[in-house]
Design a protein around this ligand. Structure first.
Ligand code: SF4
Length: 75
């Protein structure tokens, strides 16, 4: 099975086993448990380009897997 580009974009997937919620790239929003921010993207200058996760339990993307396999680069 090949991985399409779309799988690397954040998308909604009901019942996903890899929700943003358990992804190392996700930062929880202290004011809303459903919401969070995805920090996987960086711009050319190395700054983190955050994206809002509207529902951390059903949103996912293929980078979730990379997060598990690689070490945390930003400490
Ligand atoms: S990398 Fe993917 S799974 Fe992880 S928080 Fe971002 S959008 Fe969600």
């Amino acid at each position: 099975m090949s991985t399409t580009v779309d799988e690397y974009m954040m998308h909604q997937e009901a019942g996903t086993k890899k929700p943003c919620q358990s992804c190392k790239w996700q930062i929880a929003d202290p004011t809303n448990p459903l919401r969070g921010q995805c920090t996987v993207n960086r711009n050319k200058m190395g700054g983190v380009w955050k994206r809002w996760v509207t529902d951390v339990n059903t949103m996912t993307c293929a980078k979730h897997e990379e997060g598990k396999l690689s070490f945390r680069e930003h400490v």
